[in-house]
Design a protein around this ligand. Sequence first.
Ligand SMILES: N[C@@H](CCC(=O)N[C@@H](CS)C(=O)NCC(=O)O)C(=O)O
Length: 199
Amino acid sequence: MELYLNATSPYARLARIVLIEKGLAEAVTLKWCDPWADDAALLKANPAGRIPALITEDGTTLSESMLIAVYLDGVSPNKPMIPSTCLGDVLHLAGLGQNLMDAAFTTVIARKHYGNEIEESELGLRRQRAIQRILKQLDGELKKTFASSVNLGEIAIAVALDYLAFRLPEVRWKEAYPQLQVWHAGMVATKSFQQTAFC
Ligand SMILES: N[C@@H](CCC(=O)N[C@@H](CS)C(=O)NCC(=O)O)C(=O)O
């Protein structure tokens, strides 16, 4: 398999963490690329020009981090990422994580292209409110201590929180939500998170 990625995409990181957790890291060649530079090989794999993109063993190309995660979960029986016993709970968390990722990533890209003042626009303010509401909800929900069997929902949330700390430190979510910070610290201490740290 081949995975198109870069070192700062939260979506690509999610796919890579799932690969590692599933024990599939050796089965994949990492194709580092710049999605913003219209990389020709990436465009062939994903006409949308976005990472992550996965080329499977049989040459099928997959886009969208969550779909890639679902595929990888099906490829190997190791460590089920979306256990059927708690399907709703895991997908609920995965959705919150992806929404947080989307709000944070869109903020970063909007600022890059239009300047920080874009955050005062209606859409910018909506994104900020969404980030705050999601953080509050996560703080209320993620009270349990970190379990040994990580799932897709937890991965999505921990990646999104880490991205927020990496790209939008002024949100200062760790100070506002110390309990969430403890949960996040447990997640990012694991091998798959350490090996894929944003840089
Ligand atoms: N919903 C997609 C989002 C992917 C995405 O936006 N990736 C960014 C990098 S973080 C990208 O490749 N952007 C390039 C572009 O939009 O042209 C997913 O979950 O995979």
